[in-house]
Design a protein around this ligand. Structure first.
Ligand SMILES: [Fe+2]
Ligand SMILES: [Fe+2]
Length: 263
């Protein structure tokens, strides 16, 4: 089973460049062309939030127009740059999304089941898993204890060493880890938000983040504790279920500049 993860697409209106230089819509289009050419095709694609940049209706319209080209089934969840109501409205035909409250849901795919968690707290940068969402997760995992499960969410439940991000951690992450540790079937927790690829052990499984399809953050502390921006090839993650474990490969959707060979 093959699962592709795209994240932090940050689509804006046409000609509205991110950081005055990044055409996020064009980058997503390129990523979709690459996904569409994969053989075999992914069983599904999960998009882990920040799908548009400013939560605007026109951005969602453009996002949907670009996503319409994707061949594989797509499941979406919001990030802090999304507007939950606007998101729900934009994906009204995605009937797995709840009509009220947080956009938490399950997709009963096999052999790996998808559990998606909405970690947003309005459009505040930091996320949260409050008591109702944690209760929902606990119950949902308890319903299928034998089925290998992929948990998808926007905010990673761990610090990264990037000071401005670590200053706004995911609320409820200790209780979340306790639930994850209690249910043994989670094969991976896949996240976005941080625009770089990191993984670490978490609650007896592995939690990982994927690169943005548009712009990356340096995995370090920037100048004066700010962000370090990388001009680096964007990408996505491919998760392959072998029957016993999940293997992940981080793919790049543009060429990385190479240095000339030194003779
Ligand atoms: Fe983002
Ligand atoms: Fe984010």
């Amino acid at each position: 089973m093959l699962i592709a993860q795209i994240t932090d697409t940050h689509v804006r209106r046409k000609r509205d460049l991110l950081h005055h230089m990044i055409q996020t819509g064009r980058e997503l289009r390129r990523c979709i062309e690459i996904l569409n050419a994969l053989v075999p095709q992914p069983d599904f694609v999960v998009a882990t939030g920040d799908l548009v940049d400013r939560g605007k209706v026109k951005e969602y319209r453009r996002l949907r127009a670009i996503l319409a080209k994707l061949r594989a089934p797509l499941y979406v969840l919001p990030g802090n740059h999304d507007d939950r109501d606007g998101f729900r409205e934009a994906f009204v035909d995605h009937t797995y999304l709840p009509r009220t409250g947080p956009l938490c849901y399950t997709i009963e795919t096999r052999p790996v089941r998808l559990v998606a968690l909405d970690t947003t707290r309005g459009r505040k940068p930091g996320g949260e898993l409050d008591a109702p969402r944690l209760l929902w997760l606990d119950m949902t995992l308890g319903q299928e204890p034998q089925v290998p499960t992929l948990v998808a969410m926007h905010h990673p439940p761990f610090d990264l060493g990037i000071a401005p991000l670590d200053a706004k951690p995911l609320r409820g992450r200790e209780a979340f880890e306790e639930i994850v540790a209690r249910h043994g079937q989670i094969v991976r927790i896949v996240c976005g938000h941080v625009h770089c690829a990191v993984e670490r052990p978490f609650g007896g499984t592995v939690a990982s983040t994927a690169p943005s399809t548009s712009q990356q953050l340096a995995f370090d502390v920037g100048v004066d504790g700010g962000y370090g921006l990388h001009i680096e090839a964007p990408g996505y993650a491919l998760h392959r279920w072998t029957g016993t474990r999940l293997e992940t490969s981080v793919e790049r959707t543009a060429q990385t500049r190479r240095l000339r060979a030194i003779s």
